[in-house]
Design a protein. Sequence first.
Length: 319
Amino acid sequence: MSNNIPIFCVPDIQEFDYGAIHHQALPLYGHPHTIERGETNYPEVTQYCIENFEYVSDSEEAIMVYPMSFFSPTEAIERNEDIQSRMQSHEIFEDFEKIFYEKYKHRNIYGFSYNTYDEDLGYNDINSYQTHLNKSKRTNKQFPLPAFFKDVFNDNYLNDSISIGWCGAKHFGREGVLNKFKELKFNNNFIIRERGKTGTNSVEERNTFYNNLEENIFSICIRGGANFCWRFYETLMMGRIPILIESDRCFIFEDYEVNINDVCVLVSSENTIKEIEDKIDNFISNNNLLEIQKHNRWVWEEYCSPIGFIKKFKNRVGY
């Protein structure tokens, strides 16, 4: 066996259709079957995996990587998806999970779960990267999973007027918070939609969203159906500053002693307008906003970008 870290992929991706789930399991990007099927979104991650991991049929010494699947009928209805097809796929995954868990739970397993709704995964013996963890309930086998997307940063930072941006839907209880932010003394640039879709593939919608991030030094970041906020990571990627509505979240960079208070303004949905204004004023007074923007871009590159994440994963499981 080479000096590379051996990885055993479960299930066998030659036989099993991962769909979108597998795209979050970055350690599988170098697997020959993944490459053959053209399911690699990030070429630099693929190359890194090829150079640092060895994909084996099985080995007691191998790190096991498992894309975990969960399904919400309500979410499928909202997105006009084929519920019957999704349910069949989900049932197959559930059956496999039961077999897999009983057979391999003694092994060094790393599962990956990207969820847009709250659900207890129930497999507490394995290591798992999850998007929707609660900080107060997190175990030592659970790790925060960022949102992954392509880098569209234009290498520019803002150093003039203060404004707060939002581009997205008002459901999931966001409307009340957004209405409160409209009353702040700061300039706002809000594009509020009735409904939205996390990670939409619409070029027009994505461009509008990223333009809104780019034009405003601050961006409101609120959880959606799950305790997770895709736009928080996009705000970091764009070198901007999140105003994070607290919801007991945890972030991967906190595992490396990056203080959340050095990254964003933390507010509660229960704060009054005056309390929110005071928190933003204090953040502005106590920080160099240009340096915070550069720091946030670095945090994304180092810990939350696809290539940054896979390097940290290798360090975590390396031996």
